[in-house]
Design a protein around this ligand. Structure first.
Ligand code: NAD
Length: 341
């Protein structure tokens, strides 16, 4: 494709992706399947890589998610909540490993924390002196929605941390999701009442979390798995609390467990990159038996020191990638609209 026709196509892709983002993140009403969205995004990234000067800072490829709904008060994240880059094949995975090994200047093995990619909604939970004080959605990565009262109704989220030694301020990040059984029950009830059904558990979780009445959220049986940390502060806290933060991502998740958070039971520390393929295959084989929806796996460089050296790009950390599953259905029925992928 010539540069001129690529430019036209890029403009078209911006319009389409911005529209789909709005429907998905702001209205919670996607109109195309994720596979179609992913395909368009990859086409855009390929064109931008081919013609770097056509990559603008407001390109959908450079942005995280959607904007925060104005009906909620807004929360500015002290540390941004980013997205994840994706790989879809063993070859792309290998390029990812080569890229980070080169940046780290190492030919040694890199350890990874391997996690299922939960299909829900990213939230950041803030605790001050061990007490839950605020919950926010990711929003556009810098500003999210204040959903504290709704999150307070989720039973697997501690309102007070266990134990005594933890930083004065700690932000726990993870995924709020709707277990498959709750999703099926919710839709069955909606059908019986002749009401609108939800397209999938992610969509149901997003709709349930962004309710103006937290009594509705309370009835939706949402759950939470922690997968990381945000801002942490320990100026006045004890020496023990200051030494609290482990140097390994996996160990940090274990620490969050001791504070009372649920961690996805499938999470594993992989001692070598050879184990990545079998983790991916195991989780893919188990997918239907899991009680929650996933759409891939996530691999994160385990060493925090290496994570810091790798840093971030505009919308995602360099030290992690999602390894997504192939699209489940070629023909999807979404909110009563059938379309071909
Ligand atoms: P993403 O879903 O590809 O990856 C980032 C998100 O993964 C995080 O924000 C977090 O919520 C989640 N996540 C799940 N498990 C995790 C774990 N173990 N560790 C860290 N994060 C984990 O990125 P995104 O920016 O949220 O969304 C992009 C995707 O959303 C697209 O690839 C597409 O599939 C879908 N989408 C679809 C439409 C549509 O119209 N159908 C529109 C926009 C986006």
């Amino acid at each position: 494709m010539s540069e001129t026709s690529s430019q036209d196509r890029i403009i078209q892709l911006h319009q389409l992706l911005n529209q789909y983002n709005h429907q998905y993140y702001v209205l919670d009403q996607p109109t195309v399947p994720d596979a179609e969205y992913d395909r368009l995004m990859r086409e855009l990234i390929a064109l931008e890589n081919k013609y770097p000067k056509l990559k603008s800072i407001d390109s959908p490829s450079q942005r995280v998610g959607g904007e925060a709904l104005k009906v909620f008060s807004q929360v500015t994240h002290q540390l941004p909540m980013l997205s994840l880059d994706n790989v879809f094949s063993a070859q792309e995975w290998q390029s990812f490993v080569t890229r980070i090994s080169d940046r780290l200047g190492t030919s040694n093995n890199i350890e990874f924390c391997a996690e299922p990619k939960l299909d829900g909604l990213a939230v950041s939970l803030r605790y001050e002196q061990g007490v839950f004080v605020q919950a926010a959605t990711r929003g556009d990565g810098s500003v999210g929605e204040n959903i504290t009262e709704n999150v307070r109704t989720i039973k697997s989220i501690p309102l007070r941390l266990s134990g005594e030694d933890y930083p004065e301020v700690i932000e726990v990040r993870g995924e709020v999701f709707m277990p498959k059984a709750s999703f099926e029950k919710l839709n069955a009830t909606a059908i019986a009442k002749n009401e609108k059904t939800f397209a999938n558990p992610r969509n149901a979780a997003a709709g349930s979390l962004r309710q103006l009445d937290s009594k509705i959220t309370a009835k939706r049986n949402l759950a939470f798995y922690a997968y990381g940390l945000g801002y942490v502060e320990h100026q006045q806290s004890t020496e023990k609390a200051q030494q609290w933060l482990a140097k390994s991502h996996y160990q940090r998740l274990c620490q969050l467990k001791t504070l009372g958070f649920a961690m996805c039971p499938e999470v594993k520390l992989l001692k070598s990159t050879e184990q990545v393929d079998s983790f991916y295959r195991d989780i893919l084989a188990k997918r239907d038996q899991l009680s929650y929806e996933i759409d891939g796996t996530v691999f994160k460089v385990d060493s925090i020191e290496q994570q810091k050296r790798l840093g971030f790009v505009a919308r995602a950390p360099r030290w992690a990638t999602a390894y997504k599953f192939p699209a489940q259905e070629e023909l999807t029925l979404l909110q009563g609209v059938e379309f071909q992928v």
